[in-house]
Design a protein around this ligand. Sequence first.
Ligand SMILES: Cc1ncc(COP(=O)(O)O)c(C=O)c1O
Length: 365
Amino acid sequence: MSPNQPDHVRLFIPGPVEVRREILEAQSEWMIGHRSGEFADLYARIQGKLQQTFYTENPVYIYTSSGSGIWESASRCTVREDAKILHLTCGAFSERWADVSRVNGKDVDLIAVEWGQAIKPDQLEDALKHGQYDAVACVMNETATGVRNPVEEYARIMENYPDTLFLVDVVSIYCGAKVDVDAWGIDVCLTSTQKAFALPPGMAFGAVSPAVLERAKDVKNRGYYFDVLEIDKHHRKNNTPATPPVSLMFAADKQLDDILAEGLEARFARTEHMAQMTRDWAARAGFEMFSEDGYHSPTVSNVANNREIDIAALNKFLRARGMVISNGYGKLKGQAFRIAHMGDTQPADLEALFAAMDDFLQQQG
Ligand SMILES: Cc1ncc(COP(=O)(O)O)c(C=O)c1O
C-alpha cells in the first residue's frame, strides 16, 4: 500500500489516464546510461513502432517534457521574425497554445469559435485566402470541450499552401483514433504520453517533417532545449540532446508492443465504441452533449450538466467506489462533466462507472 494512494481509484479523467500495472512495472528495469549501445537499441526499437502509430516515415522525436514542450518547440522553430502563425481555437488547450506562441514573441492571428463548437474547414480556407502564414496550428481533439476537429479536411486545404507548415496537436487523440500524419501532410504532430497512449506523464512525442527542419534554419532564437535542429542531430544517432526519461521509454517500448498486438484499427474501434456507449448512457440519463453534434470526440465525452447535478458530490460518491471522472474544464466547471474513454480502458470498466453513476442519480431522485 502506498502512502500517496492508500486505495486505488480508477481514473476516468482525460489525463493522466489509468495505467496498467504491467506498464507501471516496465519502468522498474535496471537503469542504463543514455550514451550506451543498449540505449541506442531501445531508442531505435521505439522509433520504428512510433512511426507505425503516427502513420509516418518522418522521424518521431522523443521529448523529455509533457506535450506543452512541443507546443513551444513547434511555435518557436517554424515561424520567422517577420511572419505570422494562424491558431485555430475552440477551447482552453487550443487557446493556451496560441498564448505559447505569443509569449515566444510570435505574431498570432486567430480563428476562434465558441467552446463546444468545431472549427469548420471553410473558416480555415477563408483565413488562408486573406492572410499569409508561416504556420497553421490546430488541436485535433479539444480536451476541454470534447470536440474532435475535422483535421483531415483541413489537410486538403493545406495542400494548396505548401509554404505554410501544418502543426497539429493530437495530445488527447493519438492512439485513440487514426492520425494519418503522412497522408494529411502534417509537419509537426505532437502528443503527450499520459492520454490515449496510457503511460504515466513526463514524455512527449513529435513527428516532424523535413520541411520543418528547412524552415528552422531560417528562424532566429529557436531556444536551446526544444530546438528541432539540435534534437534531429541527436535523433540521427538514436539519441537525445539531454538526459531522456529512460524508465518511461522502457514502459513505452512495452506499451507500443501491446498496442500493435491489439492492432491499431481494433484499438480505434474499441475507443469509438466506448464513446458511443458514453453518449448512449448520457441520453438515457437525460443529459445532453456539450460538444457539437457530428464532432463528438472519440476519447473524451463532455456531457452538459442540464440536470444541474452536484458534480463534486457525484465524484465523492464515485471515489467511495474507486472511480473518478472530471468536472467541466475552466469556465465549464459545474456546467459540464467529462468522462474519458481512452487508453486501455475497457467497455466493462465503463459499464461499472455508469452503474455507479445511475446509483448516484437514483439517490438524488
Ligand atoms: C489537447 C491538449 N493539448 C495540450 C495539452 C497540454 O499537454 P501537457 O499537459 O502534456 O503539457 C493538453 C493537456 O491536457 C491537452 O489536452
